[in-house]
Structures are given as structure tokens and as C-alpha cells.
Write a new protein. Structure first.
Length: 318
């Protein structure tokens, strides 16, 4: 991507326009029932019973919100609900649902891109490439725009979600790893134990927190997903996801995704690690994948009980 450099006194916001990116490819209405006359008591009872029954069935069809399954500092494993295709050549850095649509950022210099992919097959349907000097990192959505970070270039690029045209370039200090939007703030990781809070319009820093589990800092926080007030983060080079309360900066749950890696088998490439968390709000489920993984997994959480042992929250030893 090519854009004018940002001066510290003239920093653009998400609403500022800039030059285009290079290499562009490509409620259910509520039902109302009215009666022509007053119902008898018996008829009312039948209607009330039918309404309650329909409500109970509808509630049963919707899985619980992932956060509703969590208790303080608890441990979970993933249960695979569905397997979907994924491009095994994708160096996944960020994964983001917008309704039924799925967006993915890919890293590596010379290969970095922001893509829209088919949520069932993982096939790329649209893509825009970054110029070779940039290494794309995490991805999130703010209203009708996508924001993608870069690793060492201290630049974030803002794209129009529908056209994939670049509409802004934002500056920051340090490395960019993961990013998510909780509806009010952006949360950004840099590979340390610190998450930085930013204004979603100006990108200015508004706060930061050091994430800890039982008093010990959790380093290597990478890809982020904001889910209903909590921040989910994968811990780089592990099969672990931590769920963070941004009010206390404490890890309130640990999630072991080792079963996904075991199913896919050992990888020849050490970079083929868990790295991709997307919350499907309509389904109340989480989609997980990794760098160079051929599969995306729609999962639910199961408590780690009955002799289940959780892996440590630090990188896997070679």
C-alpha cells in the first residue's frame, strides 16, 4: 500500500481519505397475530401455551453465547461442531465475521493481503494486496470499514468494506499483532502481555492493560477477537486461547485447542500454528483456524474435567 506519511500533528482518522490500495482483485420481521374478537379463557390458554412452546423450541435451537459458558479462571477444551475448508497457503493473521461474510488478513512480505473468503470453503472471493514492504497482521471491522495492522511498519490501513479501497492510513508506535473492536474501543496486541486500548475513530491511545493469569503476566498475546465485552486472544506458538476481562486485565478462562492440531496432524512448517478467531454472532459459535491450516473449525466449549490437564500458557518448547 502507498500513502502519504502521517505527521504527529496531522494524524488522519478513520474518516480521512487517502490514495487507493494496490493490486485490487476483485430480521426476520416480527410476526403479529390479531383476533377479530375477544378470546375465551380456554382459547387464551391455548394461545399462551402455543406461544410458550414455540419460544422454548426457538431458544433450544440457539447455542449459548460462548461467554455464557465461562466461569472465573476456568479451563475448557474445544468440541468441534463443524469442519470447513480453508486455504492451506494462507498465512492467517486475522479472521473476522460481518454477518454471514468472512474476512481474513494474510501475512508475509510480498504475500500480504486482506481477503474476503467463502465462510464454508475458505475460497478467496475478493482480495487486495499490500505492497511488498508491508507484513500484514491482525484485522477487525469498525462499522463499514476494515482495519488491518502491519507487523513492524507502524502503520494500519483502513479499507472500505464493500470496495476494498483504502480510505485511511494510521500510525502507531511499536509492532502490530492482533486487533479487535468491542463496539466502543479497539484493543491491540504487540506480542507482549500488554493490550492497548485505542479510539476507533482517531486511533489515539486511550488506555492499556497488562494481562495476567493468577498474578503472572501472559506474554505472546496475538490474534484477538472481542466477544460481548471480553477479549479472546490466542497465545502465539501454543494451542491456547485466553479470555480476558478488560476491566480487570485478568484471564477469566483458558481454552485448549490442542485437539484441532492433533486432528490435522504434525506440520512440517513451524509457522503452522493456531492463529485465527472469528465469532459468528448469529450462530453463537466461534470459528478457529491457523496459519497454513487446510481446515476451519466451528467449535463450542466443554469444561476441562475428569483428569483433563491444561497446557501451560507459554510457547511450546522445541
Amino acid at each position: 500500500m502507498v500513502a502519504a506519511a502521517c505527521g504527529s500533528n496531522d494524524r488522519p482518522s478513520l474518516t480521512d481519505a487517502t490514495v487507493p490500495l494496490t493490486d485490487t482483485v476483485g430480521d426476520i420481521d416480527d410476526a403479529a397475530i390479531s383476533a377479530s374478537g375477544p378470546l375465551t379463557d380456554t382459547a387464551r390458554d391455548i394461545v399462551d401455551l402455543a406461544t410458550a412452546t414455540v419460544g422454548d423450541v426457538s431458544d433450544a435451537l440457539v447455542p449459548p453465547n460462548p461467554n455464557d459458558l465461562l466461569t472465573s479462571a476456568d479451563a475448557y477444551v474445544v468440541e468441534v461442531i463443524e469442519r470447513r475448508g480453508h486455504d492451506p497457503d494462507a498465512f492467517t493473521q486475522g479472521l473476522e465475521f460481518f454477518g454471514a461474510r468472512l474476512f481474513e488478513s494474510r501475512g508475509l512480505r510480498g504475500e500480504s493481503a486482506v481477503t474476503e473468503i467463502d465462510p464454508q470453503t475458505g475460497q478467496v472471493t475478493r482480495a487486495v494486496g499490500l505492497t511488498d514492504e508491508f507484513f500484514a497482521e491482525g484485522l477487525t471491522r469498525v462499522d463499514d470499514r476494515l482495519v488491518t495492522l502491519t507487523w513492524e511498519a507502524e502503520r494500519a490501513f483502513v479499507l472500505d468494506l464493500e470496495t476494498f479501497e483504502q480510505v485511511a492510513e494510521l500510525g502507531y508506535s511499536g509492532e502490530g499483532w492482533g486487533i479487535c473492536h468491542d463496539g466502543e474501543s479497539l484493543w491491540m496486541s504487540n506480542g507482549s502481555s500488554t493490550l492497548t486500548e485505542r479510539d476507533p475513530v482517531s486511533f489515539e491511545v486511550t488506555g492499556e492493560m497488562e494481562v495476567a493469569f493468577e498474578g503472572t503476566p501472559v506474554f505472546n498475546l496475538n490474534e484477538l477477537e472481542c466477544i460481548d465485552g471480553l477479549v479472546w486472544a490466542n497465545v502465539w506458538q501454543t494451542n491456547m486461547i485466553v479470555v480476558i476481562d478488560p476491566v480487570t486485565a485478568e484471564v477469566v478462562a483458558r481454552i485448549d485447542a490442542s485437539a484441532l492440531v492433533a486432528e490435522l496432524g504434525p506440520f512440517d512448517d513451524d509457522d503452522a500454528v493456531l492463529n485465527g478467531i472469528a465469532y459468528d454472532k448469529a450462530a453463537n459459535r466461534v470459528l478457529l483456524t491457523g496459519k497454513y491450516w487446510p481446515t476451519m473449525f466451528m467449535v463450542e466449549l466443554e469444561p476441562c474435567t475428569g483428569g483433563c490437564v491444561m497446557p501451560p500458557l507459554f510457547p511450546i518448547d522445541e
